[in-house]
Design a protein around this ligand. Sequence first.
Ligand code: SF4
Length: 203
Amino acid sequence: MIVESESELEPEVFITVSDVMEYLFCPRFIYFMHCLGIPQHEEKRYKVLKGRALHEAREKVNKSYIRKKLRCVRKDVAVYLVSRQNHLKGEVDEVLFLENGTAAPLDYKFAEFKDKVYRTHKYQSALYGLMIADNYGVDVNRGFVCYTRSNHLVKEVKLSNNDFERAIARVNEVLEIIQKGFYPEATKYKVRCVDCTYRNICV
Ligand code: SF4
């Protein structure tokens, strides 16, 4: 998305956390969506809990669990964040403010936990973490992911400087495709092409 900067001299580009998730699935999604303006079909691979489902999930994640186990002293819910310095925007399910003065994103996944926190979930936590740090002026060194289909299991995701640097590198790669309009490499996982919206135009 192109947004005019305050000076109105140079347009600024903001991408969403979802854009980075799409890029991680296949870099060409960014080209088709942003350079050619061809939208995806409605079904999203990254299922987002909306409205009532998200509300129910929040009810089930015990408040005392969040307070005692995650050592959370306050939380903001459904926060829309914009980070100019990172060219990022997006809505985080919850921002948890922890006893030790740091903050952390909590992201609800409408999915099962399968032995490990997936790379994409870690990237997502890091991206929200960057925006939280930028907007609230606090340190972020972890995130939390709630897997609603595993009895609302909450997993901690440690976030190091390397994780943030990797997340920023992916943002820059997405920005480069959008700004320069180049045709990126296809995903190396060919199985992803089978039911892809773009398979008929992707060569
Ligand atoms: S067909 Fe395959 S390579 Fe092309 S956009 Fe879809 S997933 Fe990516």
